[in-house]
Each structure stands twice: as structure tokens, then as C-alpha cells.
Design a binder for this molecule. Structure first.
Ligand SMILES: *Cc1c(COP(=O)(O)O)cnc(C)c1O
Length: 355
């Protein structure tokens, strides 16, 4: 058995892979592949409608929201958000809690003014800085709900009247939250909701139409809303896999069940790591991510040895991000707790042999 701890693209439910591969040969007994059907056929309209309705249902969104499936990764949203929401003379508030938020800041600076209202840089991004105020003239506040690289996660969100824009790429659909507190939510699909190639974008409609900039059609949220995500050929297969993954989440028990599983897996992982002298997790307890655990063996040679043992034991994707180093265990929705247990057993055994 392969234990897939990849940070993204990452593990998907076996059932989803089975159904997606069947659809590549014969989609819904049409005699055609999902890769061969037109995006304006009833066949595909049904797929995207189901995906859209599943998102609305899982997030319990009010009618004020639109659900879009757009091309590109979350990185596209780093620019598409300010392009649509921020005029050149306006200011947006951003939180700097790690590498992805930083990339979003750089892109926003191309379109307007960025005010970094909170940063966790002083402690190497090992916590979420909740202690900040947002100037009332801010067009929106941007946060990254889970910092995939640094292993931190927001467990409570800012209370503010300023519209909140959230990059949820690496913890979307992993827990029950009030999604209606956000004005715009975006997520690349390849971590918790499918295959690479599609972005989920959820927008509160009253956010749009408030800037002067001319926006190219393909970047324009309003045009995508008017066209029901069919402005041009959408990433048909990626949307299909997202639809199957959302169907799987609902069938397994929805977000409360995903949350229970994430709790169980992350509790097991962190309590094990904290009990072993060889392993050090520097992320503050209250900010630890239930999706990506980041920790270290301080002796580099031992760490390399441990990572090699992971490889030998079919544990994939546990090497930390290149700029952070260390060890990263990603525990997305589809990862079985048995895989976390296997990792913990190896860590305990390694600690006993080398500690
Ligand atoms: C992976 C990730 C991204 C980048 O996604 P791409 O699809 O590669 O553009 C952005 N934000 C977060 C939080 C991520 O985890």
C-alpha cells in the first residue's frame, strides 16, 4: 500500500478515481468519453450543475452567492481578485502568514495599494497573528485560511464589516464553518476537491461592478456569472472529477464527517510527534494546521535518514517544501487514518532506534 502524503496534487478517494477512469472510456453509457463531449451538451450541463449545487449545499450559501468553476490554479486568483475588486487608487488589506499569501500580495500590488495589516514573519510564520485592526477604507481583507507550506491554519476568523476574501485552497471542505462570513472564496481543486486545472470561486454578487478598470472578458467574474461558467470551454474533466469528489464528500457524511476525520488524524499525528524527543514542531499549538503538519528532526543527517525510511516504506510526499525544509505530512480529506498511523509507527520506531 502506498501512503500518499502529497501536498498537492494529492490523494483522492479510490471511488472517485475508479469512476473518473470509467468515464474516460464510456461516460454515463453514452458510448463517448468525458474527454470527447461538448461542454454545452446536456450531459456536461448536468455535471457542472451538480457540482455547483453540491458546493451551495455543503457551504449552505445564501442566494447572494454565485459559484464559478474557472481555469487555472489558485495563482490565477491572486491577480483576478484585485483586477476585479481593487481600483488603482484604492487599498486592500492583506495578511502575511506565509508563502502563498505573499504571492497574493505581490500580484495585488500590480493593481492597487496593499496594506499588510498582520504578519507572522517575526516568528518565521509559525503562528497566525490574530491581533490586528483593519482600516475602514480597506476595499477587502485577504487571508489564506490554511498555510500549506508553513503548517498553520486559521481556527477563528476576523470579525469585520470589511468584505473578506479567502484563499481556501488547502482546507476547503475539511470542516464546518460559516461560509457566508466571506465575500469571496477561492480554491484550486487539486488539494481537497479534485484534480488540477480548475478553480472554485464563490462570490457574493454585491461585491462586483464597483471599479472603473476595464477587465478582459476571460478575467471578468461578472461575465463568467452571466455565462454560468461557460464563457469559453471550461476544464471539463477537472470539473467532472470535482463533481465526483463533492458527491463523495456528501455521501461520506458531509463537512461534519470530514472535520471529525481531520481532527482524528491531526490529533494522532501531533500527539505522536510531541511525544518523541527527536521530532520538533515549532508551530504554536493554537495555530497548527489540521491539513498540513510541518516539523523537523534537527539533526540534518538523521532527518535525511528518516526521509529515506519513509520512501522505503512507501510513504510519499513527506519532504518539506523546498524553502522551509523539514518534514510535511499532508492529511487531506481522502487520506485514510491508517496512513497517519503507519507514519506514526515509523516515527516512533525511528525515535527509539536513533533518539
Ligand atoms: C497550492 C496553493 C496555491 C497555489 O495553487 P496553484 O493551483 O498551484 O496555483 C495557492 N494557495 C494555497 C493556499 C495553496 O495551498
Amino acid at each position: 500500500m502506498v501512503h500518499n502524503f502529497n501536498s498537492g496534487p494529492s490523494v483522492l478517494p479510490q471511488q472517485v478515481l475508479q469512476q473518473a477512469s470509467e468515464a474516460i472510456i464510456n461516460f454515463n453509457n453514452t458510448g463517448l468519453s468525458i474527454l470527447e463531449i461538448g461542454h454545452r451538451t446536456d450531459w456536461f450541463i448536468n455535471v457542472i450543475e451538480e457540482a455547483r449545487n453540491s458546493v451551495k449545499e455543503l457551504m449552505q450559501l445564501t442566494d447572494e452567492y454565485e459559484v464559478l468553476f474557472l481555469h487555472g490554479g489558485a495563482t490565477t486568483q491572486f491577480m483576478q481578485v484585485p483586477m476585479n475588486l481593487l481600483d488603482a487608487n484604492e487599498t486592500a488589506a492583506y495578511c502575511d502568514n506565509g508563502i502563498w499569501g505573499n504571492k497574493a500580495i505581490k500580484e495585488a500590488e500590480l493593481f492597487g495599494n496593499v496594506n499588510i495589516v498582520a504578519s507572522s514573519k517575526n516568528k518565521n510564520h509559525t503562528y497566525i497573528n490574530h491581533n490586528f485592526s483593519i482600516p475602514t477604507n480597506s476595499k477587502y481583507l485577504h487571508i489564506t485560511t490554511n498555510n500549506t507550506v508553513e503548517g498553520t491554519q486559521w481556527h477563528q476568523f476576523p470579525q469585520t464589516n470589511i468584505p473578506i476574501v479567502a484563499d481556501m485552497s488547502s482546507d476547503i471542505f475539511s470542516k464546518q464553518i460559516n461560509f457566508n462570513q466571506f465575500s469571496l472564496i477561492y480554491a484550486g481543486a487539486q488539494k481537497n476537491m479534485g484534480a488540477a486545472g480548475v478553480n472554485l470561486v464563490v462570490i457574493k454578487k454585491n461585491l462586483l461592478g464597483k471599479i472603473k478598470r476595464a477587465i478582459p472578458s476571460i478575467m471578468n467574474y461578472q461575465k463568467h456569472i452571466d455565462a454560468n461558467s461557460l464563457l469559453n470551454t471550461p476544464p471539463v474533466f477537472a470539473i467532472y472529477v470535482a463533481m465526483l469528489t463533492l458527491r463523495w464528500i456528501k455521501k461520506e457524511g458531509g463537512l461534519s464527517e470530514m472535520e471529525k476525520r481531520a481532527e482524528a488524524k491531526s490529533n494522532l499525528l501531533y500527539s505522536t510527534i510531541d511525544s518523541l524527543p527527536l521530532f520538533k514542531c515549532f508551530v504554536e499549538n493554537e495555530s497548527r494546521s489540521k491539513m498540513n503538519a510541518v516539523f523537523f528532526i534537527e539533526n540534518e543527517n538523521l532527518q535525511t535518514e528518516f526521509l529515506n525510511e519513509c520512501k522505503i516504506n512507501n510513504m510519499i510526499g513527506v519532504k518539506g517544501y523546498r524553502t522551509v525544509g523539514g518534514i510535511r505530512v499532508s492529511m487531506y480529506n481522502a487520506l485514510a487514518i491508517e496512513s497517519v498511523q503507519a507514519f506514526c509507527n515509523l516515527a516512533i520506531d525511528f525515535n527509539n532506534r536513533k533518539g
